[in-house]
Write a protein that binds this ligand. Sequence first.
Ligand code: GLU
Length: 286
Amino acid sequence: MHISGRFAPSPTGPLHAGSVVAALGSYVHAKRAGGTWRVRIEDVDRTREIPGAASQQLEQLGVLGFHADGDIVRQSDRGHLYQDALNALIAQDRAFECHCSRTDLIAQGGIHRHCVAGQRRPDPAWRLRVPAQCTIQFEDVLRGSQSQRVDECVGDFVLKRSDGHWAYQLAVVIDDAAQQITEVVRGADLLDSTARQRLLQQYLSLPTPTYLHLPLLLDDEGKKYSKSLNSEAITAVNATRHLQQAWQILGQEAVPDDAQLPVEIWLQRAIDRFEVHRIPTDSVQA
Ligand code: GLU
């Protein structure tokens, strides 16, 4: 079977130490297996997008020596595919139009179990109907058996938002299938989303990739690392240092780095040394 991995940044700012961990982890995991590695810009949420961030991220990936196989895909070009998937779910009576507001759902702990909207709104959302007792189980390559009661933990989740934006959960499932991704390697903050994605794959009869959730990099306050607070911007001069830092977070044995290797050669050495079982599962403080 041909292996294909991917890195799927949201263009909400420049890549930072946490994103380098996800890029490197997904890259070496796919390349070690002789697979391809794709890049997808997850710009489905236009409200969070920082203008120019996507091109900056692609430039930074180049500086780090990551070269994507195939074309770079942008979710903003793919609304028609998400609409087709929503139509298929509507036809199966698994998706429904929802007029509930956040305030309406407070009494249910913010979880949608059935519609409680006081009034119809001009801009309804679309949600997936999650059946009672809906347990999704899957194996994480690193963390072993995982299970989530989707109806209890998440409820009927949003597929298309009331502001007209497609939800990440739907877009990611459609794109992973369309791009024939066989392994999803990403940060542990998305472990909790995987059951929803597996459920959508079942309903849409899509293949299920394997999942591996990498250790999360935390900032000084113990929150998911999101800004380059203490870290320097990635440049050609410090690229290897950024890679080494991510490599260490991935628990791997140091890559010999004699005489400032070109990043591509450093990466090849990393691929040769990569051992998946060395990756820790605990979060790491930056
Ligand atoms: N776009 C997501 C992010 O930047 C990653 C989604 C994924 O890998 O499934 O956090």
